[in-house]
Design a protein around this ligand. Structure first.
Ligand SMILES: [Zn+2]
Ligand SMILES: [Zn+2]
Ligand SMILES: [Zn+2]
Length: 100
């Protein structure tokens, strides 16, 4: 998959509604950890931040996929990457991504 195919520009109102003012930035977090993995003693690969409620959860490469489960349980559509140097958002509903 080529990069420009991955960053395909799809219209998604969830992503469009997030601006630099409303974005929950990873800079707000003193500690980077998956809230759910901590409770069960699990480990994670990458971290995501729910842009609806600010929960920091683990990605789909992680064993427990808490970000995905969080979306299925709550319907909170947009996650951002909590990884250093990464500035993108992902909408589960529209399967769309956006850099910021
Ligand atoms: Zn969307
Ligand atoms: Zn987790
Ligand atoms: Zn949430």
């Amino acid at each position: 998959m080529r990069l420009n195919e991955f960053w395909v520009c799809m219209s998604c109102q969830h992503l469009d509604s997030i601006t630099s003012e409303t974005l929950i930035s990873k800079a707000n977090y003193p500690v980077f950890r998956c809230e759910e993995c901590i409770k069960i003693g699990g480990t994670w690969v990458h971290l995501r931040i729910c842009q609806s409620c600010g929960k920091m959860l683990c990605c789909n490469s992680s064993k427990h996929q808490h970000a995905q489960h969080h979306y299925q349980e709550t319907g909170h559509p947009v996650m951002s990457s909590a990884e250093l140097g990464e500035q993108w958002l992902w909408c589960y509903v529209d399967q769309a991504s956006k850099t910021y």
